[in-house]
Design a protein around this ligand. Structure first.
Ligand code: S3P
Length: 437
């Protein structure tokens, strides 16, 4: 059966994290609609509250006011752990969230006090030195445990740097920029390839001083103020599961509404277009992020494509679901230089190869490239194992629908990490509208 219908995916997870975490250092008060209610963003919100932040769910103005989060900017002022009468240090639980821990490293390096940042077993395996190193060059005092969490920070004064990143990572770039906002002098960061630019856009939207030239962003220590109202655009990385499913399964046509469509996040739509799906966009807003409605329809068999190293950051979280589409495409699809997948919530490169392999696909690694030869028809193992990787679990759930099978997926509950309403959307969109006008 195909996928059909319109839906509004949850608020973008990356932007939700930034709105909450930047409220630690910005002033003012905001009413934010459409924040993501995922487990990862709850980790950020709990930390904001633990540091003294006040945020509550409210209904907005007017009789039909929608619900949103009223959040107060702390302007960097909270009781420093270690100051007289307060505990010596404060423990902050980042749960499963790489964005929470890495952005916080940048924010807290400049704040007085001792902070211990930790997380779950998956987070404890992820590399943190890539962030600690440039922050140390700015004067930060940070320790990691063999390069991984727990991370200890003794916050203090920082000085701006010019930094050239070796890894294309928006979390790393954002940590440096958020530290730079609080450092003496200017801070510049240059990335090897363009990664998501939400931090830059929000700094600018919150009244900060930031200049972006090609791959270099330069920030000055100017205070930020939260906007009075903010509507979070819908998450393309959540929408992708159903938009890619629509491209893949004959008879499908899915529209995602109010979707974040910045160039640094919409790489998967350009790839679907190259693979032969029908993709149409209607833009509805441009500031601070381009937003619009997107319709993807199946338009005949998919064709294989090559995804270049430069394109990878613009679709990094969509590689699992795009890999599934590649198993149904005619020819060899190559994802170039995807070594970063090895250090996501799990080793996603291995998870994709093993789990798509269990479904009968030919998915292999050649060095750091992921290679998928299609098309293949699905075979069904007894069960599938997501390794508690939320994006792999959702990919496998779509694979099973495409195969017309119902099997257990081990670790399926991890889906709530990024997309708690996934099953509701899955059930409402998995339908055949072909008989309807
Ligand atoms: C994110 C950046 C990406 C992405 C992650 C969210 C962000 O990670 O995979 O899901 O919000 O900045 P990297 O910066 O490690 O590439």
């Amino acid at each position: 059966m195909p996928f059909n219908g319109r839906f509004t995916p949850p608020g973008d997870k990356s932007i939700s994290h930034r709105l909450i975490l930047m409220s630690l250092i910005a002033g003012g008060e905001a009413f934010i609609e459409g924040l993501s209610d995922c487990e990862d963003c709850k980790s950020s919100l709990a930390i904001y509250r633990k540091l003294g932040g006040r945020a509550e769910t409210r209904t907005g103005e007017g009789e039909l006011g929608v619900r949103g989060l009223a959040i107060r900017g702390l302007g960097g002022r909270w009781e420093a752990p270690g100051s007289p009468g307060s505990p010596e240090s404060i423990e902050l639980d980042c749960g499963n969230s790489g964005t929470t821990i890495r952005l916080l490293m940048g924010i807290l390096s400049a704040r007085p006090g001792k902070y211990l940042l930790d997380g779950d077993t998956q987070l404890r395996r992820r590399p943190m030195e890539r962030v600690a190193e440039p922050l140390r060059l700015m004067g930060a005092k940070i320790e990691t445990l063999n390069g991984r969490p727990p991370v200890t920070i003794w916050g203090g004064p920082l000085t701006g740097i010019d930094y050239r990143m070796n890894t294309a990572s928006a979390q790393l770039k954002s940590a440096i920029l958020l530290a730079g906002l609080q450092a003496a002098g200017q801070t510049s960061v240059t990335e090897p390839h363009a990664t998501r630019d939400h931090t830059e856009r929000l700094i600018n939207y919150f009244g900060g001083q930031i200049a972006v030239q090609e791959l270099t962003a330069t920030v000055a220590p100017v205070g930020l103020t939260l906007p009075k109202r903010f509507t979070t655009p819908a998450d393309p990385s959540a929408a992708a599961f159903f938009l890619v499913a629509a491209a893949m399964i004959p008879g499908s046509r899915v529209t995602a509404q109010n979707l974040l469509l910045s160039r640094t996040r919409s790489g998967f739509l350009r790839v679907l277009d190259r693979m032969g799906a029908k993709v149409s966009l209607t833009m509805v807003a441009d500031t601070p992020e381009p937003t619009g409605d997107v319709t993807v329809s199946h338009d005949g068999p998919l064709r294989a494509t090559e995804i270049t190293e430069e394109e990878i950051p613009s679709l990094i979280d969509e590689i699992p679901i795009l890999s599934l589409a590649a198993t149904q495409a005619q020819g060899r699809t190559v994802f170039r230089q995807v070594d970063e997948l090895r250090v996501k919530e799990t080793d996603r490169l291995m998870g994709i190869r093993h789990q798509l392999g269990a479904l009968g696909a030919r998915a292999n690694a050649d060095g750091d490239d992921l290679i998928i030869d299609g098309p293949t028809s699905f075979i069904l193992p007894e069960s599938l194992d997501s390794g508690s990787d939320h994006r792999l679990a959702m990919t496998l759930a779509i694979a099973l629908k495409a195969a017309g099978a119902d099997l257990p997926i081990l670790g399926r509950e991890s889906i709530a990490i990024s997309y708690p309403t996934f099953d509701a959307d899955l059930n409402s969109l998995w339908r055949d509208d072909s008989g309807q006008a």
